[in-house]
Design a protein around this ligand. Structure first.
Ligand SMILES: Nc1nc2c(ncn2[C@@H]2O[C@H](COP(=O)(O)OP(=O)(O)OP(=O)(O)O)[C@@H](O)[C@H]2O)c(=O)[nH]1
Length: 350
């Protein structure tokens, strides 16, 4: 709002300059007024010269009459009559002198003397018109200086306001960026399992939705007798094992799978899977991988190391088929558990 007011002020100040210059240069009253009075005075002085010149009286009178008439014409102006009290009496004197010159009822010296009054009046008019012009010039330069100052300060203010707005805008931009970054990081964290760093159940759902219409394999991996492992080594060691197993699963699947911890001791792997044979080979690799890793598990009932039960299913990714695929993989896993664990099964055509 204040910005708009400043702009209006600048436009007003700019518009002011032109009419003011016009007003100055159209001081015709003063300029012309002074020039006419000067000419009129010069004619009267010429008339005096003619009267005093060494020439026949008749010629001198004729020349003087012409000069006085010219002077009269230039003096007989409304502005002079209106502004200067001496004008009317001067014109009357000129009229009288003219009349007397025409009938030769006045001598040369007398006529010259009569003209001094009007000359004095015209000199006064000239001086006054010059003073008025000087005052107008002075006023004009003062006003110009003031308006220039207003223009300069307003422009400066606008510049500073522009800088402030730019700074505020930049600051807001930085804050928004920061907030967006924070939100993004929170969302990332909300999708991660804090213990192992791999995705959680929400991430699994999201990733499936992002792979619409792709042929995928879902593999559920459950640690056998993990409760006993915790009991034997304690929870901190159990946590360490969970982290190690997350790494092992990733390496075993050649980092082609996206991994998730669904809670407790259950992991999931999601990977591209063109056919069931591929899915089976991944499951087989997992069982062989955990056996080869040979993690100690003293509380394992069969005295084996840590083992997995693995169930898998294959599906064309979308929201509805994922629910069936999950259920199918879970059933396969359950069958492995029921069959004694440490093995894998897949459900065909989920
Ligand atoms: N260390 C650790 N243990 C966990 C965590 N989450 C769950 N558990 C434990 O995992 C164990 C899972 O026990 P169960 O569901 O009976 O599974 P299990 O002992 O592996 O038995 P089966 O699956 O039938 O072979 C429980 O004892 C939980 O306390 C965790 O974040 N860290």
């Amino acid at each position: 709002m204040s910005f708009l007011a400043l702009m209006v002020l600048i436009v007003y100040e700019s518009r002011w300059v032109y009419p003011e210059i016009q007003a100055y240069f159209s001081q015709t009253g003063n300029l012309t007024g002074q020039q006419l009075a000067t000419r009129s005075r010069v004619y009267l002085q010429n008339a005096q010269s003619e009267l005093l010149a060494d020439q026949p009286e008749q010629e001198a009178f004729a020349a003087a009459i012409t000069d006085i008439e010219l002077s009269y014409g230039l003096s007989d102006m409304h502005v002079y009559r209106h502004q200067y009290e001496c004008t009317e009496p001067s014109l009357r004197i000129l009229n009288r002198v003219l009349a007397r010159l025409e009938v030769a009822e006045i001598d040369r010296v007398g006529a010259v003397g009569e003209l001094f009054g009007p000359i004095q009046c015209l000199t006064h008019i000239e001086m006054d018109q010059l003073d008025q012009r000087g005052a107008a010039i002075n006023d004009f330069s003062v006003s110009t200086r003031q308006h220039n100052q207003v223009l300069t300060y307003s422009s400066l203010l606008i510049f500073v306001m522009g800088l402030v707005f730019w700074w505020l805008h930049e600051r807001q931009l930085r804050r928004t960026d920061h907030a967006t970054q924070e939100t993004f990081e929170w969302m990332q964290r909300a999708m991660r399992d804090p213990l192992t760093g791999i995705g959680n159940r929400s991430a699994l759902h999201q990733d499936v939705l992002a792979k619409q219409h792709q042929s995928l394999g879902l593999i559920l991996i459950d640690i056998d007798f993990f409760k006993q492992y915790n009991d034997a080594y304690g929870h901190p060691q159990g946590d360490t094992l969970l982290r190690q197993l997350a790494t092992l699963i990733g390496e075993t699947l050649n980092d082609e799978a996206q991994l998730y911890r669904l809670g407790g001791d259950e992991f999931a792997a999601l990977l591209r899977c063109p056919d069931t044979e591929t899915l089976k080979s991944y499951c087989c690799q997992l069982i062989e991988g955990i056996r080869a890793a040979d993690f100690a598990h003293p509380a394992h009932p069969d005295k084996k190391g840590v083992t997995f039960s693995v169930g898998g299913s294959r599906f064309m990714a979308d929201e509805a088929t994922f629910a069936y695929a999950y259920e199918a993989a879970d059933k396969a896993l359950y069958r492995v558990k029921a069959a004694g664990r440490d093995g894998w099964q897949v459900t065909e055509d989920a």
